[in-house]
Write a new protein. Structure first.
Length: 538
């Protein structure tokens, strides 16, 4: 049966290339696709397959060294060659986009209220008061906890999942005709994923909105998309109705993607293994200033947590977005003010300032949730990866630093030839591997991993998990693994802590916690993690 709905977006023979010091890199090679009115279309593929660059071309947001050719039409109008002033009138009104990395899309100098108000005033014609009320309504719509308190918050004061929900709210503010969602649920736990997807589905039905969904999460695609395009190395490998692609895949590549799942089991460390990192009664409180519709208040992000990490151990920390997982990791690293006692490899580090903490940084590293926000856009991969060596091993010569960098890049699955490129020239998943390389090159004893696989497709997740396991065995590393992806947590951890509202509600050995959870909250997390379709449909 022929679909007679009006064509909203048409991409024909799109090519995208980037000029680099090592020569041109072809990111997209002759891609054609389309989206009809009221339809949800997904683009899936491994990290670096070119799926995000297709949409960056459509939005006129390619990096300065990028070039696009072909045809991209929105409701019959050429937007690939549209003048910027005309394209700006479409972006934020008729066509909106949710970006993969919210921390780099939100201005750190402005409050959430002021940033969300801008498109409402520019494109929606609302005055200041009307925009403030609409912002509050939107924050409630996307399930931001205590929305009145968040109006005056800055992006760094929100969790990764909360920042992503702010981006979703901004994209939906003016009831767009076409929503381009680039990994919109990457930073969200599964229960919130289902809520956001249900919200998008409801808005789509009410507004007739079209959605182009770019993701590596195949479970979401199966539950949410009408049609699916599978990309590999810049080309469309397979396409068709989602049910056909998932249940009768035609290519070996699609079959590989569908079969890729985290697996394996980590043994606990020996009982006599020394404790390398210990925290007692860790507490973090943020003060929120007064503003429109709210009084000044305090937010208790972490409430009296105890933790003891042994040599060779991996402690998984799970919980919903905003539960305090990432804040706990930063508090242990003395990156934010906190109270309580922290002992790292026999030394008291609680309350140390930046200078006093420097000798401890080599052995205590962190991989951040948002790799683009933590990688300097002005530095090459080689400079980023070797920066820590300049500080902590100043006696190394340039040749030895380069050798260590190339060795580490291979370890994380990157070709050393990319070392002269800049972060914007990589996919989100590739940037995450660069961030991991920056941490492991120093050969630390402890690494705190904050959602290190959230930006990675399942096949690359398996590679990173294998990498982390191998590095752990070879170097007796200890990990604190912060994640909302319970399948990855189970594959990598031997002990798990479940957080909610800043406190630990349950903890124990991984098998015990997954197979026989004691609290209803943990049981809900388990059900949500492994049955997203039922959450969306029921």
């Amino acid at each position: 049966m022929t679909d007679t709905r009006e064509m909203v977006l048409e991409v024909e023979d799109l090519h995208v290339s980037f000029e680099t010091p090592d020569g041109p890199v072809d990111a997209v090679r002759g891609v054609s696709l389309n989206v009809r009115a009221g339809e949800t279309v997904a683009i899936v593929g491994e990290s670096g397959s070119g799926k995000s660059q297709v949409m960056m071309s459509a939005m006129g947001l390619l990096a300065s060294n990028g070039r696009a050719s072909g045809r991209i039409r929105y409701r019959g109008r050429d937007i690939l060659n549209m003048p910027p002033s005309e394209l700006n009138r479409l972006r934020g009104a008729k066509i909106t986009m949710i970006f993969q990395e919210p921390m780099t899309s939100l201005d750190p100098l402005f409050t959430i209220e002021s940033q969300m108000s801008e498109p409402l005033r520019v494109h929606g014609g609302l005055n200041r008061k009307q925009a403030s009320w609409r912002v509050l309504e939107l924050l409630k719509l996307v399930q931001i906890p205590d929305p009145e308190k968040r109006l005056g918050a800055y992006p760094h004061e929100l969790s990764g999942g909360q920042r992503q929900r702010v981006m979703i709210a901004m994209a939906l503010a003016n009831d767009p005709d076409l929503l381009i969602a680039d990994e919109p649920t990457t930073a969200l736990d599964v229960t919130i994923q289902a809520e956001i997807l249900q919200l998008l589905s409801d808005l789509q039905a009410r507004l007739g909105m079209s959605i182009l969904f770019i993701t590596h999460d195949l479970g979401i695609v199966e539950a949410f998309a009408d049609r699916t395009y599978v990309m590999c190395r810049g080309r469309v490998e397979e396409q068709g109705p989602t049910a056909d692609v998932f249940h009768a895949p035609k290519t070996d590549y699609t079959k590989m993607l569908l079969a890729a799942e985290p697996e394996g089991h980590k043994k606990p460390p020996r009982e006599t293994a020394p404790v390398l990192l210990e925290g007692e009664d860790i507490q973090v409180t943020f003060g929120l200033p007064a503003g429109f519709l709210r009084k000044s208040t305090e937010l208790h992000a972490v409430r009296g947590i105890d933790i003891a990490l042994r040599e060779g151990q991996t402690i998984g920390v799970v919980g919903e977005s905003g539960s305090g997982k990432s804040t706990l990791g930063r508090a242990l690293l003395q990156m934010i003010p906190s109270t309580g006692r922290v002992v790292c490899m026999g030394s008291e580090i609680g309350g140390l300032d930046r200078k006093a903490m420097r000798p401890h940084r080599k052995g205590l590293q962190m991989v951040f949730q948002d790799p683009y926000g933590s990688l300097s856009p002005r530095m090459t991969v080689r400079e980023i990866v070797t920066e820590g060596l300049l500080v902590h091993e100043p006696g190394l010569g340039a040749a030895e630093r380069d050798r260590r960098a190339e060795e580490t890049l291979r370890d994380v699955g990157l070709d050393p030839s990319v070392k002269n490129r800049f972060p914007h020239e990589f996919s989100g998943g590739q940037r995450q591997r660069i961030a991991i390389a920056r941490a492991v090159i120093l050969r630390p004893r402890i690494i705190i991993l904050d959602e290190p696989t959230s930006a990675l497709d399942r096949s690359v997740q398996k590679q990173v998990i294998d990498l982390l396991r191998r590095l752990q065995i070879e170097n007796s590393l200890s990990y604190i693994f912060i994640s909302h992806d319970l399948a990855v947590v189970r594959a990598l951890s031997d002990y798990v802590m479940v957080m909610r509202n800043g406190a630990v509600v349950e903890q124990g050995p991984v098998d015990q916690l997954f197979d026989a959870p004691k609290t209803e909250y943990t049981r809900e997390l388990m059900r949500a993690a492994f049955d997203l379709r039922s959450l969306l449909t029921g």
